[in-house]
Ligand binder design. Sequence first.
Ligand code: C5P
Length: 219
Amino acid sequence: FQPKIMAGRKVVLTAGPTFEAIDPVRGITNSSSGKMGYALARALARAGAEVVLVSGPVALPAPAGVRRVSVRGALDMRDAVFAALPGAEVFIGVAAVADYRPQQRAEHKIKKAEGGLELVLTPNPDILAEVAALPNPPFCVGFAAESRELDAYAESKRRAKGLPMLVGNLVQDALGADDNEVVLYDDNGRYPLGRAAKDELARRIVEHLATLLAGGEMR
Ligand code: C5P
């Protein structure tokens, strides 16, 4: 039995990596399986939410009952997010967006030559920070993957981006795995959700989110 605690709420979320093209066959990417974001999309849909999943390139099928919009680069991801936002009460950034993209995308495959190859990179927009800075923002949830000092980095990221809720995890625990260990941060404190399968953690994250949306405080 799954209570429909998110019924009537539209949620937009990002998942997976982005792929920033260098030329028609090469690119820069982050390592992200998309499993956590997809598990969250599934948990949200099961909880009754209307879900739009803006996904970078991953090898996962679209979850049932979820509208998936497939994108490649961060700029496309931003466009798809803003197109999906009207009517959304919640935005969740799970994607591992590449911090930089090549300034130029070569039209044809770059040929190997003597010596090195210099790439000029330009910073990508921070999609989550942009959404959170809108005049009437949806309830914004961030993810932070850190390799150390999770509490300090997670809380400072949450404040810097102006987020009411953030999910933190240590990357060495999680990458590509089916389980994960996460800690949730909100205005009232820190909530370790323990180690569990990503599906189970997604269910617990949705529970916390639904409580906050309903104006409650987690115990
Ligand atoms: O700053 P950092 O990349 O660690 O922040 C992670 C959070 O911000 C995640 O929720 C991620 O989806 C989001 N993000 C984003 N656009 C970026 C970088 C991060 O939406 N360019």
